[in-house]
Design a protein around this ligand. Sequence first.
Ligand code: PLP
Length: 421
Amino acid sequence: MAKFKSFLFGFIFVGSIALNIFFLTNNIYAGYVNKQQLSWSQRAAAEAEAVASVSCSGHGTTYLDGLFLDGKPVCECNSCYGGPYCSHFLPDCVANADSGDPLFLEPFWMQHAESSAVLVAGWHRMSYSFADQSIMSQVLQNHILKVHSIARNAITKGKYLVFGAGSTQLLSAAVFALSLNSSSLKRVVAASPYYPVYRTQTDFFETAHFEFQGDALLMKRTSNSTGNVIEFVTSPNNPDGLLRKAVLQGSSVNAIYDHAYYWPHFTAIPAPADEDVMIFTISKLTGHAGSRFGWALVKDKDVYLNMLEYIQLAELGISRDTQLRALQLLKVVLEGDGREIFHFAYEKMRDRWEKISQIVSLSKRFTIQDIPPQYCNFFEKVRGPSPGDTQVSFLLMKLRLSIRQFLKCKQKSCYLNPLID
Ligand SMILES: Cc1ncc(COP(=O)(O)O)c(C=O)c1O
């Protein structure tokens, strides 16, 4: 018996030493392999991390392509902050309520620094086309379709995808595509209040095929014919956040649905959108306005081909570097159950809306729009408002003036100070 016991102890002792040696060498080997695997990318990774490690007091950022002073990256400060490390609050700064940058999502991406970083090899996709001779990454297309199916904001089945340099370019491409084969002039309209780029861009690129003709509501009220019309429909609308449908109907009316904000962060999603031409953008989905990437979902094959031709002629397709970046971002969006970004962004936007509503409610002169809660298919419950960036500026301008004040305004040059009654 004693012999058996000492044999057992000996066996366990030797076994545990063998296991320790196995795990130790394995760990060393794993570390060695990792080091071996990273060779040419190490310098780029170290450089990116060195730049990102400079603190700008939480009120600014350093960039790889920003300015350097004495070999150190210079902080680029957010508005209202200054100084070398953005630590000085500028009390007299003016809040620009007329436009917005989707920087509210920056903290989300910092929380996902590891998974969202992308390293671009010097020889990355140097060709004009992908291996299948296309100008659009098939993998990116698949990811876009997955994001829509999680957000439940668009029917993608039976639709063609076109990439653009942001939705701005696709809005223009859609006008060209819908008017290209028309024998008579297409009248481009949008219901007031509308995103002003529809007018400026259409005016700028006007051809013999189309011209901007103003307010769709006015056209509906005053014109006998609503034929040969292209209507921009922004849903939810910039600047009032309301979900919209086309004002004009008819066989020769085409609608371009700008769904830049049709994501659960900005609006309830009552049902997936299923329009003929729908345009989306990562500027508002992930907040990467600087990457300039958007896409259109198009039902009609000819319209799709015309849009594709526009993009081909304008720039031989969207930068492959941008497509790679967009792909990496969407991979992060799809991590886990793919819902994290929507929760994060909704809560941020809702909190901001509540704050601004409270501030404006203190004023007797300014009113803020009342956006009623609505059932959302994504959150599967009734949810409160969290509208996107530019709505606030419009709402702040909705002054309630008495007739006396209004007349006084017209007589003299009018100075409106919301703090003075
Ligand atoms: C309604 C609407 N459509 C399109 C855009 C432009 O988006 P992108 O950055 O994709 O060009 C904006 C930008 O603010 C917008 O508000």
